[in-house]
Ligand binder design. Structure first.
Ligand SMILES: CC(C)(COP(=O)(O)OP(=O)(O)OC[C@H]1O[C@@H](n2cnc3c(N)ncnc32)[C@H](O)[C@@H]1OP(=O)(O)O)[C@@H](O)C(=O)NCCC(=O)NCCS
Length: 159
């Protein structure tokens, strides 16, 4: 399996993660750039996956929900189109879930693009909200408890 590791946002690896997010969300999915890079980035825990030939091929972030810090929030999951379907996304999720357990979050929430619900379900997330539009893309809120995430880490992540 590809491995993912923590990076500092304000670093050369952070620059590569930013470039990847712009390629995936701004160029590919037409999200306005002013919505893409936000004021959560400097305080979030960022991870990247690195391919020996392609460089940074995946990134994602985790942060404590500002109004309820016992709840974690995962977002900005982006895998380079050339590297999809090779477990890069799963490696990023493993690194983010491991950090969430370390932070003792009681649960983790994320706002999934509707097409990606099947992906997040693999890690124990369940839909918990109605479909809504964000940047013209349909989304649904999903959540997983600490117990469900621990279960995936212990039983599912090595499959
Ligand atoms: C969604 C995304 C992050 C998935 O990354 P990925 O590296 O292709 O996914 P992986 O190869 O790690 O897939 C892990 C598992 O999820 C499944 N999966 C991946 N994408 C899926 C999808 N869209 N729907 C259902 N299942 C999916 C895989 O089949 C695999 O299942 P398996 O373990 O049974 O073999 C990637 O497609 C992406 O970056 N998309 C564009 C940006 C985006 O939409 N991000 C989500 C924002 S909410």
């Amino acid at each position: 399996m590809v491995s993912a590791r923590h990076i500092e946002w304000d670093s050369p690896d952070g620059d590569e993660a930013r470039k990847l997010r712009i390629r995936v969300f701004v160029d590919e999915q037409k999200v306005p750039i002013e919505e893409e890079i936000d004021d959560i980035d400097p305080i979030a825990f960022h991870v990247v996956a690195i391919d020996t030939e392609l460089g940074v091929v995946g990134t994602g972030r985790l942060f404590d929900q500002p109004e309820e810090p016992t709840i974690g929030r995962i977002g900005r999951m982006a895998v380079d189109a050339r590297a999809r379907g090779r477990n890069v996304g799963a490696a990023l999720m493993k690194a983010l879930i491991t950090e969430s357990i370390r932070r003792s979050h009681v649960k983790v929430m994320l706002d999934s693009q509707t097409h990606a619900i099947g992906f997040y379900s693999k890690f124990g997330f369940q839909v918990c909200g109605e479909e809504h539009m964000d940047c013209n893309i349909p989304h649904k809120m999903m959540e997983a408890t600490r117990f469900q995430l621990r279960q995936w880490l212990e039983l599912g992540s090595e499959r």
